[in-house]
Design a protein around this ligand. Sequence first.
Ligand SMILES: [Zn+2]
Length: 199
Amino acid sequence: MPRNEPQRSCLSCRTVKEKKDLLRFVLAPDRTLVPDLQAKLPGRGAYTCPKKSCLREAAAKKQFARSFRGEVRSGTPDELVSLVAARMEERIAAYLALANKAGKVASGGDTVAELLTRRTPGIICIAADISPDIGEKVAYQAARAGVEYFTLFDKERLGALLGKALRSVVAVERGGFSETIRKELERYRNFFEGGTDAT
Ligand SMILES: [Zn+2]
């Protein structure tokens, strides 16, 4: 008999999904609501779809308080959404830093542009504040080479992740790190998808 994955329902839309396809939250001892992106924290969990819209709705309708039977400290619904987005960004940042420590990263607009003429990296991160001409050049070359690229963080944060000064572009070699970053990025994008409704 196939073993069924444990399922839970979204606090907002009530859709039942496998636990791994939902966002998990736990309650800290001081009743602060804690996003548990890796689904590893101890204690009972409450779940929403991994989407901004469901998360905001669940918070706005006090579903976390209902689920945890009492007040929870989570700030406003928008603050909770921002917190989860920030945690997702932190994970992407952490994997970029790890890939760098493992020697799997090339950085800098010119270096990456040059690299793209010779090799195909797994994924490229472009700083949001890159100068438009370099940004367009790298994006064009990446698209032509069939390399996925995304825009996140600013030059200062990208540089800091690598222990360097400002960095406008970071390329991660094809392999385990680039695949993990791709998955984290996909989750991050899906979180915002269809979630622009302010109501
Ligand atoms: Zn939902």
